[in-house]
Every structure is written in C-alpha cells, then in structure tokens.
Design a protein around this ligand. Structure first.
Ligand SMILES: [Zn+2]
Ligand SMILES: [Zn+2]
Length: 374
C-alpha cells in the first residue's frame, strides 16, 4: 500500500486487445475507495491463481468486464470498517479481524432461478469478485493489496483457521464441497475422482470424510498424484501412462468388476465425461464439475452408457454461501485440516502473476498463491 491512500493491483487486460508479446497483467497503483455505509476494506494476505484465472486470461469466460483485477477467493485483515458488517450469526466484525468472504455478490433471492429452481448459483444478477466485477466496480479482485468489500458482501471469520490452510483449499475446496454434496456418496462407497488438480484433491479428502470405503483417483502428473495419496486416495493412476481401456480395467479391478459407486469428474476435458459414465456402476451416480468453460462436445452411447446402466448424471455449477461457510468450519477441526496441509502452495508476488498463470495452466504447480503485500 502506498502512503497516500493508494494500493497496488495486478490488472488483467482484455484478451481481444492484448499484445501477445506483453504480459496479460500489469501491476499498477490505484486509489483506495471511500467506504459506503456497512462496507469494509480488506488488506489482502493471500489470494490465489486457479483454473478460472487461466480461462480469464484466455478470454474463455462470458460477461467479464475487462480490465479486471483477478483473484476471486482471498483472505486478509479488515483494515477499515464503516458502519456495521455482521456475519450470518449476527456477530459484528471489527477492524483487525482475519476473514474471508463469499466471492459471489448480489445473488438476488428474488428471481426464478433463486426462488423457483432453488439454483442460486445460476442467478443472473450475481456478480463475482475477480471475475464479473471489473476495475470500474472498484477494488474487486484479490490480486491487489486491498479489496473493497461492498455492502452486502458475506464475510466469514477465519478465527481458528490458519490463512495458509484455508487458502490451500481456497476456491477448489468450496467447489469440491458442492460437488461432493451433489455426489451424495454413502458410507462404504467406492468413490472415483477423475482429475488431480486442486478440485480433485479436495474432493478426495471430502469423500473420505463422508466415509468412503475407498477413494480412487485417475490424474496427472505424479506430483499431484502423490498429494492425492496424502489427502486420502487409496489408489491412483497416471492417465498419461495408461491407455483408456487399461484405466477402465483398473477401476473394475478395484470395484468387484462393477465400477465405482460414485464418480466425480474434475478434469475440464470433455472426453472425461464419457469415461466417468463408463467407470461407474449400474445405478451409480456421476457428478460433472470440471467443465467450467466450453471445451467442446463429446459423444457417448445413450443406450449403453446411460439408459441401460440406469445411471444418474448431475451437473454442479459454482458455489454458494453455505459452501464457503462449511469449508471454513471443516478446517476448524484440526485433524481434518491436516489433510489440506498436504497441499504445499507456491507463492508469487504481484509482479509474477503471469508466470503463476503459466504454471497453473501447465499443471506445473499444485496450488499457486498470490501474496500482494510487498
Ligand atoms: Zn477459483
Ligand atoms: Zn436470483
């Protein structure tokens, strides 16, 4: 932070107007906002780089008002509070509190999606810090010294949860929690997780917490699969080293020849959706959470892969307040939080966000955190 009421931020330009020889993000100095009543200023301790940020850089998400400050899940200290900011249990936040917040703002709870479909993550009014809020909306992303927490932002205390443990899970923990809720695995189930990125890793740990008899993971590279094992996977396969039919055989060998009871797809590769169906048992359940941007179509056999198998398919979009709230609560249990300590995030200053984006895009790091304070 500057001494004159300014802060620094990494600003991501519009991919359509970008000079490909220049980095996607530029560090700049921006003024701190005047706080509206019942708002706050967060001094950012950690933000992160996730797959969504790679999609942002590549222009693959709709409704993004570039230029933006990316970084949708972050934590830090409340540096300034104007008026009253309370948590969902009515406790008042004070300056100095260490917090995170729901990155989704302005879910209306008044539209058809919210009230009839009960699909608040599909509310057309919602705005997401670091994704669909841009610089014109103020300091609204975590790749900055400060974030302006607008009135109505849902703030959550991190009391009892180390910031690094929380951010080791970060947005992938909330996403995985939603997916594992949707998967609704029973105690004793064999759960197959496709993908060993941050969402897959958190899904593995969460599936074990639900009492899975066995959690299997097909992913890559080996460093991520070692972390998958540390987070509770009982068996892992590197898909780059095994043919698709051998992967199917491996799953059948571990499931009495039937297939997984529940499969959670966390890959982002369309073909993995069909594989998820084929690796799952009759009357099992498949949750698709990895297809967060449009990578094209895939084909399956409706008779063999779906109808005859009596299979249940569920999509999973975004996270709501409950997933953030419960993510923090899960990490308040020390023995449980230890699972996420297996993820050793790499740290990057604002001046290296483009490098961090490259490493995340290539799967070279398991988790990349942004540390914006100089
Ligand atoms: Zn994310
Ligand atoms: Zn709504």
């Amino acid at each position: 932070m500057g001494t004159d009421g300014t802060t620094i931020a990494a600003l991501m330009s519009d991919p359509r107007s970008r000079d490909s020889n220049k980095p996607a993000c530029q560090v700049c100095e921006l003024p701190l906002p005047e706080l509206e009543p019942d708002s706050a200023l967060l001094r950012v301790e950690f933000s992160e780089v996730c797959g969504t940020d790679v999609h942002l850089r590549n222009g693959l998400l709709s409704g993004v008002p570039y230029p933006i400050i990316p970084g949708h899940v972050s934590c830090g200290l409340l540096e300034k509070v104007r008026g009253t900011v309370r948590d969902v249990e009515g406790r008042t936040f004070v300056e100095g509190d260490r917090v995170t917040f729901l990155d989704v703002h302005r879910t209306c709870h008044a539209c058809w999606q919210c009230l009839v479909a009960h699909a608040t993550t599909r509310c057309p009014d919602r705005k997401v810090y670091g994704i669909t809020y841009g610089i014109d909306d103020g300091l609204t992303g975590g790749w900055a010294g400060h974030i302006y927490l607008k009135p109505g932002t849902r703030v959550i205390s991190l009391d009892g949860v180390p910031s690094e443990t929380y951010m080791a899970g970060g947005c992938s923990l909330t996403t995985a929690l939603h997916a594992v809720d949707r998967a609704d695995s029973a105690s004793g189930d064999t759960v197959l997780v496709l993908g060993s990125g941050p969402v897959g890793l958190s899904a593995i740990a969460l599936a074990t917490l639900r009492g899975a008899r066995r959690v299997l993971c097909i992913g890559a590279p080996d460093a991520r699969l070692s972390t998958a094992t540390a987070m509770g996977a009982d068996g892992v396969v590197n898909f780059t080293e095994v043919t698709e039919s051998d992967r199917a055989t491996w799953v059948m060998d571990h499931t009495g020849g039937r297939g997984a009871d529940v499969t959670i797809e966390c890959t982002g590769v369309p073909a993995a959706v069909t594989q998820a169906m084929r690796y799952t048992r009759d009357a099992g359940r498949v949750v698709i959470v990895g297809q967060s941007t449009d990578h094209g179509e895939t084909s399956f056999n409706p008779h063999l892969d779906l109808n005859k198998k009596h299979l249940e398919m569920r999509g999973c979009w975004g996270s709501d307040y409950s997933h953030f709230h419960r993510s923090v609560d899960i990490l308040r249990v020390p023995g449980v939080a230890a699972r996420w300590s297996a993820i050793k995030p790499d740290r990057y200053p604002l001046s290296r966000v483009d490098e961090a984006l490259d490493l995340v895009a290539n799967g070279k790091v398991i988790k990349a955190l942004i540390i914006p304070q100089p």
